[in-house]
Design a protein around this ligand. Structure first.
Ligand code: WT7
Length: 651
């Protein structure tokens, strides 16, 4: 990952302990308390997890906490529960029924506020809609919506019934959407006429029509939320309006008793092969981890208003906009649009308006705020904030310091949370009332989590030596499988290094046991916190008629963390023109989504390959970032290729 990050974080020696005031009111208020909890979680894991799980509702108890047959875990074996029930019904008997569950603001400035009781009614209504459309426990539903309240409502309705949801980020193209619908075999698709983003309407329904037009035989019905009021085509017999279905539907629905291992959702993410994989999470374990981590890391209190600024299309939004906060009975804020619309202070104005207490965002966003200028946060009263968080990529110490001083007034702990779609919940993070933080480090593992830094053979490495980040023990919210491809799950995560879960990240551990994540060391690029597989970009490029061969690599990017650079060999009869470059960028946008468009495309007569025909990405990475190829090139098949590539740089 970004070399400057590694160098500056190697030099980083500042330590920021939580204030006495923060600690005295925190749920976990000292390192001793943390150490004690951590030790207990490893010495007596069954007791530890049982106690936490018992804070939630179970219809039938478990006979065993964990059954572990590497690589498949079963947690809370034999128990029955329902996640939607735990997020909603559980809060209705006491004072919390009229606490705000979702505090939503649309990009144009409209608002919707749903208390736990109101949200419960909407979710029950939509559960009945799903039943009336023929959905049953075990079916799949794809949700392709912007950030509107109907998105969590649909998710919670699926969870209530035992239907797996497959949320597809609204920034994905029609083609990417179709692949995800087809792989999941979804019976139903939930979308909207459009969504607002930076003052423009994102044509969600049109993308859906294009996706289904290309062939998606499993889809029987499309439910369309009216968000923008634009005219959209409605195919009779297939397309139905959300509001019409809801109007006819009862607001009472019993939550189905589901097995703890009943599949809850799939979420497609990029890996080292061309095809995105559907990471599967199940009900009981995911519920316990989402609940516990939200409570520990964000130190949630009954009076808090919590804002995770992610999109629900990614796992961060699943776990920390929807499930984690609602399980804890918190007020979760949801904002529909762009952070700089109509002006670059939109987020700060939202924090001021709702007196938000906890704010969680990505380093890439922080770097954009820095670039937009200090005057924007300075215009607002941000004194309601007591805790800040980051997620998605390594944070450079400079961005950390800016967040600390300009947003947190040097007063708010920062929790730098490391985790993945596959882990389901936060794995490594400070506990804000206990852990002294160091800018750029995720610090220590949460209770029950055993990370290590190892070499290829799985041997632990000494302090401050870089290696592979692995997780050595199962945890409740660990992925259970790759949808339809259990073999791949084994190969991808468990065969790489014997006996442990391989994360795909590089890391080092310092003398205080703090983890410093260095970023992906596999063929995954992290662009603005979005995971993109190099193979995905490459297969998108070679699907264009003018491309013979392509290789994509990540380079450091000032705002996005990383950007994509693609080396392309055009077919013999194609002219390598600037127009073709633009066309190819757009083509990648069309196949994957605009966020995956390469920063740069470089034409080349040939790609550097080893004698066995493997593309030498390391060499391309060095070239793309303007470095001389210092690494070993002795296996390079054709030295002339390298010289030609260097020339192509100037062109
Ligand atoms: C990859 C997972 C987990 C929610 C968002 C991304 C990187 C994530 C951090 C962090 C350094 C981080 C890793 C990881 N990452 N959080 N705090 N510090 N790197 O989920 O799309 O599954 O991506 O994001 O490289 O493997 P994801």
């Amino acid at each position: 990952m970004a070399d400057t990050n590694i160098e500056s974080s190697l030099k980083e020696s500042r330590v920021f302990p939580p204030s006495a005031e923060f600690s005295s009111q925190a749920r976990i208020s000292s390192m001793d308390a943390y150490e004690e909890m951590y030790r207990r979680s490893l010495d007596e894991p069954d007791v530890f997890w049982s106690e936490i799980a018992s804070e939630l509702e179970w219809f039938e108890p478990w006979s065993k906490v964990l059954e572990w047959n590497e690589p498949v875990a079963k947690w809370f074996v034999g128990a029955k529960t329902n996640l939607s029930y735990n997020c909603l019904d559980r809060h209705l008997s006491g004072w919390r029924k009229n606490r705000v569950a979702l505090l939503w603001e649309g990009e144009p400035g409209d608002q919707r506020i749903l208390t736990y009781q109101m949200l419960h009614r909407e979710v029950c209504r939509f559960t009945n809609v799903l039943v009336s459309l023929g959905l049953r426990s075990g079916d799949r539903a794809t949700i392709y919506l912007g950030m509107v309240p109907e998105l969590p409502i649909a998710m919670l309705a699926c969870a209530r019934l035992g239907v797996m949801h497959n949320v597809v980020f609204g920034g994905f193209s029609a083609e990417a959407l179709r692949d995800r619908i087809n792989d999941s075999g979804s019976k139903i698709l939930i979308t909207a006429d459009g969504g607002y983003r930076r003052g423009v309407i994102v044509p969600l329904k049109k993308n859906v029509d294009d996706a289904l037009g290309g062939g998606a035989p499993s889809v029987e019905k499309v439910v369309v939320v009216r968000r923008t009021g634009e005219t959209v085509g409605m195919e009779s017999g297939r397309d139905l309006w959300w509001h019409e279905l809801m109007a006819e539907s009862s607001d009472q629905s019993e939550a189905v008793w589901l097995d703890a291992e009943h599949p809850l959702f799939m979420l497609y993410t990029s890996g080292t092969t061309g095809k995105p994989k559907g990471v599967v999470h199940t009900t009981g374990g995911y519920m316990v981890s989402a609940y516990a981590t939200a409570k520990w890391v964000f130190d949630l209190r009954d009076e808090d208003t919590f804002w995770c600024g992610a999109d629900i299309g990614w796992v961060t939004g699943h776990s920390y906009i929807v499930y984690g906060p609602l399980l804890n009975g918190t007020t979760s804020v949801m904002y529909e649009g762009a952070p700089n619309y109509p002006e670059p202070d939109r987020l700060w104005s939202i924090i001021e308006k709702y007196r938000i207490n906890i704010f969680y965002t990505a380093p890439t966003a922080i770097r954009a705020f820095i670039k937009w200028g200090d005057q924007w946060p300075a215009k607002h009263d941000l004194s309601s904030l007591r805790l800040l968080g980051t997620v998605g990529e390594p944070i450079n110490p400079e961005a950390w310091m800016w967040y600390h001083s300009k947003i947190g007034s040097e007063n708010c702990p920062i929790v730098d949370t490391w985790w993945q779609t596959e882990t389901g919940s936060i794995m490594i993070s400070p506990l804000p009332g206990a852990t002294p933080t160091k800018p750029g480090s995720g610090t220590r593992p949460l209770p029950g989590i055993v990370p290590d830094v190892v070499d290829r053979d799985g041997n632990s490495l000494p302090d401050n030596q870089g290696g592979f980040l692995v997780l050595k023990r199962p945890w409740p919210s660990m992925l259970r499988t790759i949808y339809g491809d259990p073999e791949r799950m084994k190969k991808q995560y468990w065969d790489e290094i014997p006996g442990v879960y391989f994360t795909g990240d590089g890391a080092r551990r310092d003398e205080d046991g703090y983890f410093w994540i260095m970023g992906r060391i596999d063929d995954v690029i992290n662009v603005s916190g979005h995971r993109i597989g190099t193979m995905e970009v490459e297969s998108a490029l070679v699907s264009h008629p003018n491309v013979a061969e392509a290789a994509a690599v990540g380079i450091e990017h000032e705002i996005k963390g990383q950007g994509v650079v693609a080396f392309v060999t055009p077919t013999g009869d194609s002219e390598p023109t600037p127009e073709l470059k633009n066309e190819l960028r757009d083509h990648v946008g069309k196949v994957i989504g605009a966020f995956a468009k390469p920063e740069q495309i470089r034409f080349t007569d040939a790609l550097p390959k080893t004698r066995s025909g493997k593309i030498m990405r390391r060499l391309l990475r060095d070239l793309a970032s303007g470095k001389e190829a210092v690494g070993d090139t002795t296996t390079l098949e054709d030295y002339a290729v390298l010289a030609k590539l260097r020339e192509s740089e100037e062109a």
